[in-house]
Design a protein around this ligand. Sequence first.
Ligand code: PLP
Ligand code: COI
Length: 348
Amino acid sequence: MDAKVNKKDLDWSKLGFQYQRTDYRFRATWSNGSWDEGGLIESEFISTHEGAPALHYAQQCFEGMKAQTAEDGRVLLFRPDLNSDRMNLAGPRLLMPEIPREMFIAAVEQAVRANYAWIPPYGSGASLYIRPMLVGIGENLGLKPAKSYEFRVFVSPVGPYYQQAGLALISLAVSDVDRAAPKGTGSFKVGANYAGGLLATKRAQELGANEALYLDSLENRYIDEAGSANIIIALKDGTFVTPKSDAILPSITRRSIMTLASEQLNLSIEERPIDLRKEFSNFKEVAACGTAAVLTPVGRIWFDNEWHDVNDDGKSVGPIMQKLYDLLIGIQKGEIADPHGWVHEVVL
Ligand code: PLP
Ligand code: COI
């Protein structure tokens, strides 16, 4: 297939974070103990049995990644090896098969390459969101794992997750329902965590917030994470902190930002429990981070029945988050040096 076809005629800079059907998706099937070779298909539908464990018992997991176009036209993924590793933690946690790393990366590359026309151009502010997913299919009724599995990778051009371009502030509301139990599935990217969070998101939005913020479910004190992103905080005492918790998704974006904060901004970094009520007055800059969220500063947080502005006015994007955002997207778009080899070119 000649990958380099003309781009679609989309208003790239106006895209939100919505599903847009693209031409091809990758599909492979696991049965009798092994994966078939898999390949590209055109249909966006999965036809599965009404008894499929993915539908009843949430036996499914997924990943989220992005491809960016660099100024010279290269198409770049960001640390796809870590998405593969994380899916190979989530799958076995739900008794689903592992996906060999080479197969995972090759599937992502095939889906990206085949949909070249849908990859937003450099400078548009948009990117190609990639959604690998693993679902338990086939007939079943009792509580047991599926006999077969489908691995699928679809892609969709997207704009900003929070409906605003560049660095604009969002607000979070502490949830009164829990996301994950201490030894539950919170650290795995499984759909069940998100189904349980839909109510929290709705309630947060009713309060005027963009997203829910979860505290730990044991003591309701320590910051866990937001509905679709991890949390990072620049403290007034000069340290840069992020929550340590077994119940949060180990964000690839966060791990990268912590490295940048330490190596490029020379900040002293710590991953430790963060007591929201006790430490809030020491918060200088707060942000949510993730593949979809990128790095989005947080201006105010609702807890104990009132809004609390970050760093007094909660209206300005702080210099540390601005620098980290510029560094992160600079590397992701191939604009600045990538000393750790985080970007992975999809050869067209
Ligand atoms: N936390 C949750 C609940 C998420 O859904 C995501 C998104 O993937 C993240 C954090 C951020 O993780 P990553 O940076 O790997 O995308
Ligand atoms: C991502 O950032 O990739 C996610 O999976 C979050 C999702 C809720 C959109």
